[in-house]
Design a protein around this ligand. Structure first.
Ligand SMILES: NC(=O)c1ccc[n+]([C@@H]2O[C@H](COP(=O)([O-])OP(=O)(O)OC[C@H]3O[C@@H](n4cnc5c(N)ncnc54)[C@H](OP(=O)(O)O)[C@@H]3O)[C@@H](O)[C@H]2O)c1
Length: 319
């Protein structure tokens, strides 16, 4: 990357709005490090939450790159429609789905069994499904659903798919976090603290921070010759989820929000680029590594301790 490109990228990053909005994408894609995505015919990917928004755009993008696409949907009609859209937009008919609710561990296990029985090798696993839940809601096992769907679900799914992922070259785990993570420090206790008033946006941001911590721990535990793990944040993207969760923000920022394919771009790049094959454990946005902290007070005194504690915490809840 040239010095000029680096300076421009850093200026966007510092402005936040410039970086997260479609301006960031439109400027960066003209910089010198931006190359066409690499096709991967013969590779297989599994995407969660591919019935809508960013996940649908990811699934379409992967199918266009030649991947066999498997995805997790929650409802038969929405999943069937999504499959039709992915096939029509990509002219790739190697697309199939399994129904699962990621808040329920039994459902995650069933989805993993479906994948394991059909796929000899899983090259890419995209943890994309997610939402902001406005009122405190518990899963069948009594876990707050933001934590259940976006932390425990991905933890268990990755664990159950470890064997097929390890046959990738290496297998890649990509987690769609959020720039909201910059507002929260990692706080394991707060994740399941049910005292006091519930704030869905803060809980979402805590989980998005925890996803990045988990990604680092996956990177530490996996042999990088077998599996690598990446987290990314997509910026502000115009999706049904965004419009429902943050209607005011969505209205005001409307013209500046990214279309879903821009939100999907870094996932597709991480799924296909040789750069992402050779590293593990980082946070990415617009195809570049990003700092995990924007303000000093979100920093931890013991990042490794956080990783290990989170991993143990997840393990104890899925076993
Ligand atoms: N939009 C943004 O600006 C933005 C910014 C930062 C990060 N993100 C992240 O991007 C990801 C996708 O969000 P989006 O904006 O594309 O939202 P979206 O349009 O609402 O899509 C969310 C997807 O997740 C699925 N999903 C949600 N909960 C699930 C569960 N318990 N089990 C299985 N599937 C579930 C939904 O399935 P159904 O179709 O069944 O509802 C849907 O396919 C999320 O992780 C979100 O946190 C988005």
């Amino acid at each position: 990357m040239t010095r000029r490109a680096r300076l421009l990228d850093a200026a966007l990053e510092a402005s936040v709005v410039g970086s997260f909005s479609r301006v960031g994408y439109d400027v960066r894609r003209r910089l010198d490090h931006w190359e066409p995505l690499t096709p991967r015919p013969g590779a297989t990917a599994l995407v969660t939450g591919a019935t809508s928004g960013i996940g649908l755009a990811v699934a379409i993008g992967l199918a266009r790159l030649g991947f066999a696409v498997r995805f997790v949907g929650r409802h038969e009609d929405r999943a069937r429609r999504a499959r039709e859209r992915i096939v029509a937009a990509s002219a790739n008919s190697d697309v199939d789905y399994v129904l699962a609710d990621l808040t329920e561990l039994a459902s995650v296990r069933e989805a993993a069994a479906w994948v394991n029985s059909r796929v000899g090798r899983l090259d890419v696993l995209v943890h994309n499904a997610g939402a902001i839940t406005p009122t405190r809601t518990l899963s069948g096992a009594g876990v707050e659903v933001t934590v259940a769907a976006q932390l425990l679900g991905p933890f268990l799914l990755t664990r159950e798919l470890d064997g097929v992922l390890s046959r990738g070259d290496p297998g890649r785990v990509v987690t769609v976090s959020s720039g909201g993570l910059y507002t929260q420090r990692f706080d394991l206790e707060a994740l399941e603290d049910d005292r006091g008033e519930y704030d869905g946006v803060a809980q979402y941001a805590r989980v998005k921070r925890a996803q990045v911590v988990l990604t680092r721990e996956w990177a530490r535990r996996f042999d990088p010759a077998r599996v690598v793990a990446h987290a990314m944040h997509p910026g502000w993207v115009d999706t049904p989820g965004m419009r429902e969760a943050l209607p005011g923000f969505s209205r005001v920022m409307g013209p500046w929000l990214r279309p879903p394919d821009q939100g999907a771009d870094t996932v597709l790049w991480l799924a296909s680029s040789s750069v992402a094959r050779a590293s593990s454990g980082d946070l990415w946005h617009d195809r570049r590594r990003r700092h995990e902290h924007a303000v000093p007070w979100t920093r931890s005194r013991d990042p490794l301790g956080d990783q290990v504690n989170l991993w143990e915490w997840c393990r104890a809840r899925v076993e």
